[in-house]
Ligand binder design. Sequence first.
Ligand code: ADP
Ligand code: MG
Length: 235
Amino acid sequence: MIELKEVMKRYGSGKKSFTALSVDTEIRAGEFAVITGRSGSGKSTLLNILTGIDRPTSGEVKVLGHTITGYSESEMAEWRGKTIGIVFQFFQLIPNLTVLENILLPMDLVQKKRKAGSKDTALSLLDKVGMSGHANKMPSELSGGEQQRAAIARSLANNVPILVADEPTGNLDSENTAAVLGLFSDLAREGMTIIMVTHEQESIKGATRQIVLKDGVIMQDSAIMRGGHEFGAIR
Ligand code: ADP
Ligand code: MG
C-alpha cells in the first residue's frame, strides 16, 4: 500500500552532509504501525516523506499505486488531500473558525464547491470522536484532548484511506492519550491504515506493528498481536 523504495534523505552538503533517513520498507493496508525511536532518529522525516510534505534525496515513494515522488507541488497537495489525513502534536485547529468549520475546511479544499451532505458528514465525524456537543465551539473553548479529537475528525474529513500522526498524544494527559489511541485502534479495525510516531512506550498498545528507527535506519520491525490475530508484516 505504501512502499518506500531505497528512500534516503540527506541534509547539508560536502563533508558536513549526513543521512537523516535511509529506509526500504512497506506498510500494508490496514496496518496500525507505530514508529518509535529517540529524538533525531528520523521519525518525522519518514512521515513527512511518505505524506509528500518533504522529498527524499533519492529513492521512490509509492502510495496506492501512485509514485508520488515525481509529483509537482500542486499534484502533491491535491493527492494528499484525498489520500492522507495528518494529525500533529500541536492540534493546529484554525483558531478563528468553529470546530465544525474546521472540519469542513479540508472538504472545501478538495471539493471546490461544498456538497449538500458535507455538514452532515462533519457532524458524524464529530460524533465518531466523541465530540458531537462541541460543533459550534471555538477551539479555545476546548481542552487539549478535545482539540486533538477535533483535529482527528478533521483529518478524516475526506474519507481518506490513510491516517498519519506525528506524536499525536505528546501533549495529552493519560486519559486523553487513551481516548486517542482507542480511536486509532477502532479506525484501524475499520480498515484504515494508520502510521503513528510516538516516543511513549505506552502508546504502542493496539498497534499491529512497531518500527524502531535509530540514526535514520530501521533497527527493529515487528508485528504486534492485535485481538489475538497476528497481523501485519514481520521483516
Ligand atoms: P525525529 O522526528 O525522530 O526527532 P527528525 O526526523 O525530525 O527526527 O530529524 C532527523 C535528523 O534530521 C535530525 O538529526 C535532525 O536534526 C535532522 N533534520 C531534520 N530536518 C532538518 C533540516 N531541515 N535541515 C537539517 N537537518 C534536519
Ligand atoms: Mg519528530
